[in-house]
Design a protein around this ligand. Sequence first.
Ligand SMILES: Nc1ncnc2c1ncn2[C@@H]1O[C@H](COP(=O)(O)OP(=O)(O)OP(=O)(O)O)[C@@H](O)[C@H]1O
Length: 697
Amino acid sequence: MAIYRPSFRSLGTRYLHLPDRTFLPNHCPETSILALRRKPQGRFQTIKSKRRRFGVRSSGVSKREIAKREIDGDRINGFSEKIGNWAGFFGTVLPWGSWWRLFEDEEPQFAAAKPVRVSFAVRRMWVLIGDDRWIIFVGFGALIGAALSEISMPGIFTASIFSAQRGDSMAFYRNSQLLVLLCLISGICSGIRSGCFAVANTILVRRLRETLYSVIVFQDISFFDREAVGDLTSRLGADCQRLSNVIGNDINLILRNMLQGTGALVNLLMLSWPLALSAVVICSVLSTFFLHYSRYKKKAAKLTQDFTAIANEVARETLSLIRTVQIYGAEEKERGRFNHWLDKMAFITMRESAAYGLWNMSFVTLYRSTQVFAVLLGGMSILSDHVSPEQLTKYVLYCEWLIYATWRVTDNVSSLVQSVGASEEVFQLMNRVPSNQFLSKGDKLQRIMGHIQFVNVSFRYPSRVKVPVLDHVNISVQANEVVAIVGPNGSGKSTLINLLLRLYDPTNGQIYIDDCPLKELDIRWLRENIGFVEQEPHLFHMDIKSNIKYGCSGDIKQEDIEWAAKQAYAHDFISSFPDGYETLVDDKLVSGGQKQRIAIARAILRDPTILILDEATSALDSESEHYVQGVIHAFRNDRKAKRTVVVIAHRFSTIKAADRVVVMDSGRVTEMGNHRELILKDGFYAKLIGAQTDGLV
Ligand SMILES: Nc1ncnc2c1ncn2[C@@H]1O[C@H](COP(=O)(O)OP(=O)(O)OP(=O)(O)O)[C@@H](O)[C@H]1O
């Protein structure tokens, strides 16, 4: 029989359920298994006895006695083991126990952000608030008014009650009027305070997101190769919100409670310094407990933040690829993947909540003990005529204020620490400088002709620096020439285009446009002169018209859009939609071929001198394929302007339409020439074409 080690963590699990319908009590050690096999009818049968363990010879004792001893022995054994388990578990949950470790195995390695100091975070946000600082000043003014009026109230409460008890009606009415006034002041000031800080919070969260977003969109493409979209959206969403709470919530509450606490302490000292001192001791113990708790909380907050970002990324990926997930029946697998990160979050939050419970327990115990202490010590002082009942009442009330203020300050500090903890990565991102491409003002040529040269170009992607992708590539494309790039998958065709669009810079060598190094050209100007149609173009969730004129500067007329759509053979199908050019498109609601024709129209509308087409292998039907040939011909035969077409070609018809063919293999140019020349050469190209035409036959 297979031996199953009891491995369930849960103490409440009684049996391990084996596949062969055998149930084992999970506390049984392997050597003393009392395994009960359930018969198909449902009866239990002992399958292994433990006579030897009891040292009983079968001949001297009856079977019934043996069975009884076995059961008794197991009960004792099981009970002691349970106690052992509980004692072990109890040991781990003590404040220094292993249960509190936030990592199940070893500490997870996330990209470490530089820890941020609270003062640094506040300074950065202060700068961001800019001209709207007056709101914060008004808020602080109201905060001081509210705190001072509130802290004066316990003293006046007591004075008015005791003046009534003494029958001093003058003092009673004067105190009551003062109370009403203080009530009004504190109410109005509190309202102004919370309103101002809420507005400051809204302004701040907007500025944080605005700043962060503009930093992110101006990063170069290699940054997006490294960073997960889910992480970035988490920074922009929840983390910015949390960070804005530092000023909008935490700091103002800390100040308010500190003012109230200080006021309460001053009043306590004026009443009786020994009593005040006892309250201070309790507050210090509370603060020490809190210090440990807040460190733990900060660590937990950081992990929760990272795990949330990963879970978001998993969900984003699954939902955006839901068609693939369903077609491959991977729903359960994806659910498991998401749940894995939810489990990790639950692991942390459970400990964080338990730590909060522990902290709350210490707080309540210490707080109540202050009251008990005050009554005992104060009562004795009243008996010995050292303190009046009025003074003791004031003491109890101010003591309550002091403890509550300490608790709130610590709670707000904890929230502040968490918010600042969450801000580490936000600031790290904010500190990034925009890509050089956007910073440097390059040259703008008077007129672009479209002569492209790759001279000795080698390249490795920054995310995979060890893998050479292009190796000493030399290509020259004349103005008005149509060049097809062909080659097997992964040979580096798209990489050539990425370099031409300056999404990456070559590791070695130089690219020239009209004899001017690409690096020295103004990137925006260059991209305005290039039309690019991706292999699988993506459309924005807006109407067709906006998708076509996307990225075009100036006033684009409807006729221009329709002209471009006609050139791209897209006008007919767009007009057939009920809302025509106003039809709201979604990436998923138009066919691959239609998407590509809209993308071609977008490229044509820019009136580019260089058109780059990454031909789809499957998105275009043969009719659309014919349209693409039409676009290429129209470009070539445009007499008014010189235009260059570079096409990554997969289809024989497109390859044939080109003036020249560049054959790529493993990041190198292996052959170059026109179709006829390459066929005669009988090399890689001839084989490639042979394979295609064979496939067609
Ligand atoms: N962003 C990237 N980061 C790292 N490696 C990349 C990146 N993009 C492409 N690569 C790698 O570079 C190599 C060349 O890829 P590229 O896309 O240029 O090939 P291709 O010839 O266009 O292939 P296909 O015909 O399949 O589109 C491949 O090994 C690919 O894995």
